[in-house]
Design a binder for this molecule. Structure first.
Ligand code: ATP
Ligand code: MG
Length: 354
């Protein structure tokens, strides 16, 4: 089944077996899935052997409850639910609160649990941290680090194109996040796209949304129940083949090329340069030669960086670690480029209730 999200990106709804929410609830109103326990008081992970006797979550993280946060405004809306800016009443600290309704498909619930687990353990300055999480009245709420300049999608809507020196800094931040996910956590993000790369006033770029990521087992097998846009999806995933960390590199390459040329790289050729239909897009990604940066408009280093990412054969793509030392990234390292100057010169992200 095909659906369209508010950004006009096509998505495929993945059919799956529905399981009642109550199957995951304990008598005390605690949401439980495997080793994760979540209720109004907060979250805790329990070890395998203690999971038969769910401990009371009350004493864990007891210094925070949902009542401690007040809503400032709604800052975003995705397919999973609304994102609000909230203030911690006692400290005044701001957070982004992402609410996810739980009367949803089991696959989506599992993705959320995955997101919480990865986020909770995150120790990388280029990955958005989940500070707390709650389950109350059928909604899982994630209290996320607030990224006050919105997403890369917000930025490219305003500036249309981003110059190479800023792109090099942006890439470096995203690559550091990917090196952490790929090499330290053994996680494929699987949904790298402009709205999942968030920016703050310090000019820091961080990766968010691990809802569809998968922790790779030693077998390197994958579980594909993708719910998301196909625009940035690597050809090997579209054609149903096996894939690994390199699929995130393809997505990164497309995002960066889009930022440089000012439009999504797969478009109609000729007089009618509009967007491709859903099936034309998938066909182009799988069948056509990959897009590249025009060499008459961009530096050789940039063109080489893009072609190191957007290779149809994943074996020909560089890894996140290799790309960190690519000449395009190195070129601007001693130039003291401040991404904060770019993002702070723009209007703040459009908010839903402004
Ligand atoms: P989709 O659900 O289709 O993947 P999405 O990524 O835009 O789309 P969400 O992840 O729910 O959906 O996020 C919605 C918007 O909320 C984002 O585009 C971003 O602008 C904003 N947002 C999300 N998390 C944060 C955060 N931690 N700080 C600031 N803004 C955020
Ligand atoms: Mg998102």
């Amino acid at each position: 089944m095909k659906t369209k999200n508010p950004l006009g990106q096509l998505k495929l709804a993945v059919p799956c077996q529905e399981k009642p929410v109550t199957d995951f609830l304990t008598a005390s109103g605690t949401f439980q899935d495997g080793d994760l326990l979540l209720n109004k008081q907060g979250l805790r992970l329990i070890s395998e052997d203690s999971s038969s006797q769910p401990p009371d979550v009350k004493d864990v993280d007891a210094q925070f409850t949902m009542e401690d946060f007040e809503t400032v405004k709604i800052i975003g809306k995705g397919s999973g639910g609304v994102v609000q800016l909230v203030r911690h009443k006692f400290t005044g600290a701001l957070f982004a609160l992402k609410g996810i309704q739980m009367n949803i498909q089991e696959t989506v619930r599992k993705q959320i649990v995955q997101e919480i687990k990865i986020n909770q353990a995150s120790q990388c300055p280029h990955v958005v941290v989940c500070r707390h999480s709650f389950y109350h009245n059928g909604i899982i709420s994630l209290v996320l680090e607030y990224m006050d300049r919105g997403s890369l999608a917000d930025i490219i809507r305003q500036v249309n194109t981003i110059l190479e020196p800023y792109l090099a800094v942006l890439c470096k931040h995203v690559l550091k996040g990917l090196v952490y996910l790929h090499h330290e956590r053994r996680v494929i993000h699987r949904d790298i796209k402009p709205s999942n790369l968030l920016v703050n006033h310090k000019g820091e770029v961080k990766i968010t949304d691990f809802g569809v990521s998968a922790v790779l087992g030693s077998s390197m097998g994958q579980r594909d129940t993708f719910v998301g846009t196909y625009n940035y999806m690597a050809p090997e995933r579209i054609s149903g083949g096996s894939y690994d960390f390199k699929s995130d590199i393809w997505s990164l390459g497309l995002v960066i090329l889009e930022c440089a040329i000012g439009c999504f790289p797969y478009r109609q050729i000729g007089n009618d340069e509009g967007p491709l239909s859903f099936y034309e897009l998938l066909e182009s990604i799988v069948e056509e030669p990959p897009p590249s940066a025009p060499s008459d408009q961009f530096s050789p280093e940039f063109c080489s960086f893009i072609s190191s990412c957007i290779q149809k054969d994943p074996h020909h793509r560089m890894s996140s670690l290799e790309l960190l030392s690519h000449p395009f990234i190195k070129k601007f390292e001693d130039k003291d480029i401040d991404l904060g100057i770019l993002v702070n010169s723009l209007d703040p992200p459009v908010n839903f209730l402004d």
